[in-house]
Design a protein around this ligand. Structure first.
Ligand SMILES: [Zn+2]
Length: 302
């Protein structure tokens, strides 16, 4: 198994499930992108996989947990309702499913993603199952903040917190997911410790970021500015169709932060100009003019 654990504690928790000694309910907390969901799915595979070296990652059980089609692995997450919450109906349906005998005759796993999105009534409905889990049921809850859950839920779950990752570890995780080393390092640096964002960068944003940076680098004289500004805006418009990722101004800010050719006052002036640009974009002022003004400030300071 080539899973890279975000912390030594996370590895210890996994080891306990591997030894079939894991607790029946665990809450995994941490900021977006630190690997809560990946770990929850890994633990669910671990309790359901029958191989000695569990999870093997290749048996029918492991594959179906991963694709969310395992009849004994139940995933609940905030619905598409307006408030992005987990409703009491969702939890009641879950409880009904886990109360029947397991399809494969073994354990059952429940993954509740963003459990802090459970409405209070939903949390109360879940309580009894957490207290006396029917059969061999394991609950894996993820949340950004533990304190957003009712005390009664918190007290019935073991707790594992995943802190933000350092850049090296983020890169290692991406490499274990098959990204080449150079791209993994670049993405990890860019996403500042969020594996989720780094993976998004490696999958969809790397090319876009490089194109914006090369347009920035092409500005040598005032006459280059209108063309470079248009190029950057075209790139960012094309990109905005895809989900997630970074705005052109985010990319410019990071690009400037990596360059050494400014004194600190120059850098402060450029950061100020970037903030001005954000404000002007929010007011829907002409983007071309805003970008040209920003590029002019950057060129002056170099
Ligand atoms: Zn397996």
């Amino acid at each position: 198994m080539d899973f890279v654990f975000p912390t030594a504690n996370a590895r210890r928790v996994y080891d306990s499930y591997k030894r079939r000694a894991g607790t029946h309910a665990i809450l995994i907390t941490g900021e977006a992108g630190v690997g809560k969901r990946s770990l929850a799915f890994l633990l669910a595979k671990t309790v359901l996989c029958g191989a000695d070296d569990n999870p093997c990652g290749t048996c029918g059980s492991c594959v179906r947990v991963e694709s969310r089609t395992h009849p004994d692995a139940h995933c609940v997450r905030p619905g598409d309702n307006k408030s992005r919450t987990i409703s009491v109906e969702q939890i009641r349906a879950l409880i009904e499913q886990i109360s029947i005998r397991s399809f494969e005759g073994g354990a059952k796993a429940v993954i509740i993603e963003n459990a802090d999105g459970m409405q209070p009534a939903a949390q109360n409905a879940l309580l009894k199952s957490l207290e006396e889990p029917p059969g061999d049921v394991f609950f894996f809850l993820t949340a950004s903040r533990r304190l957003d859950l009712l005390p009664t839920i918190r007290s019935r779950c073991a707790w594992l917190h995943l802190p933000p990752l350092d850049i090296e570890r983020t890169a290692d995780i991406l490499k274990s997911q098959g990204f080449d080393a150079k791209l993994a390092n670049e993405a990890a640096l860019y996403a500042e410790g969020s594996v989720g964002q780094a993976a998004d960068y490696a999958k969809t944003s790397a090319e876009y970021v490089r194109a914006v940076e090369s347009a920035l680098a092409s500005v040598g004289h005032a006459i280059d500015i209108p063309f470079a500004a248009k190029k950057i805006l075209d790139l960012s418009q094309k990109k905005s169709g895809a989900d997630g990722g970074y705005s052109a101004l985010d990319i410019i800010e990071r690009y400037i932060s990596r360059l050494n050719g400014f004194d600190s006052e120059g850098r402060i002036r450029i950061y100020g100009a970037i903030e001005d640009s954000r404000k002007r974009d929010a007011l829907f002022l002409p983007k071309q003019q805003t970008m040209e003004d920003l590029l002019a400030v950057i060129m002056e300071e170099r």
